[in-house]
Design a protein around this ligand. Structure first.
Ligand SMILES: [Zn+2]
Length: 281
């Protein structure tokens, strides 16, 4: 009996560790950066409470990110509502000129995906440049920080947020709420982490890629490269002290992991990623 039991244990060990006793290869995770709009800002003054950017203009990128894991696809931030692509002059207001030149669904189609193929959709926070296309993903599980969920469905937002209708349906779709952190595929390779301050539940995405190493997607905790250099706190953040605390935690994580930091709205960071449909892995 003992010899059979021993053989069984050896067999299982070899299955777990892979053929020939080699360790199991880590799953390949791929990061795709999609163009989900751009924002021309005539006066960057709202992006620092210290007036550091007063009078400066800047062009912000507005990407969406698709993370392909062997166990499923995650769309991180959904961009502006792609219907904006049908308005040649985009949308203007408050010193912002927002445009969408290519639809998210057309880009997904380019790699053979349609909206129903995406298992998980998550947003760094609930502003319209990030949640605009969430309504398209009716079969996906929507991953959201509990704090952000309470904020976006608060009485105040229901009454006064002009873009409330664009995401109202999310209250009754397949939702998975998380506190602090959420390990999307359960293997530590794709982790959402709440670092609040921009909004009450704003989050970043932490990826551990085979070749590129640790990659941090900032959400709007950092808006642009110049803002990162001075630890800028935008005037419209919901909590300045919380933002500073989150920035300190972010920078210490980035240093500890020697991470590649992708500032989502920074056009230089969008350009340094492989051009879609190429990917980073
Ligand atoms: Zn944004």
């Amino acid at each position: 009996m003992f010899i059979f039991r021993l053989l069984f244990v050896l067999m299982m060990t070899s299955l777990i560790s892979g053929c020939g006793g080699k360790p199991v290869k880590k799953p390949i995770v791929r990061l795709f950066a999609l163009d989900c709009g751009s924002i021309e800002v005539t006066d960057m003054s709202p992006f620092s409470i210290n007036g550091a950017f007063d009078g400066q203009s800047y062009s912000l990128a507005n990407p969406c990110y698709l993370i392909r894991h062997p166990d499923g696809d995650l769309l991180w931030d959904t961009g502006f509502d792609q219907a904006l692509a049908d308005s040649p002059d985009g949308m203007r207001g408050g010193g912002f000129h927002s445009t969408v030149s290519v639809k998210l669904t057309d880009q997904l189609q380019e790699i053979g995906l349609n909206v129903d193929d995406i298992e998980y959709v998550s947003v760094s926070h609930s502003h319209p440049d990030h949640i605009g296309n969430a309504r398209l993903f009716k079969k996906s599980t929507f991953l959201i920080s509990s704090l952000e969920f309470s904020y976006m469905f608060s009485d105040e937002m229901r009454k006064s947020n002009e873009s409330f209708d664009s995401y109202a349906h999310l209250e009754s779709t397949l939702i998975k709420k998380y506190n602090d952190e959420y390990d999307v595929f359960g293997d530590g390779l794709v982790v959402i982490k709440t670092l609040p301050g921009h909004t009450p539940g704003s989050s970043i995405l932490v990826l551990h890629l085979e070749n590129a190493g640790t990659v941090l997607l900032t959400g709007d905790l950092i808006i642009h490269a110049a803002g990162r250099r001075i630890g800028a706190v935008p005037t419209f953040n919901t909590d300045a002290a919380q933002t500073r605390d989150s920035l300190a935690k972010f920078e210490s994580l980035a240093a500890q992991k020697s991470a590649l930091v992708i500032i989502q709205h920074e056009p230089m960071d969008f350009k340094k990623l492989p051009a879609f449909p190429e990917w980073l892995d």
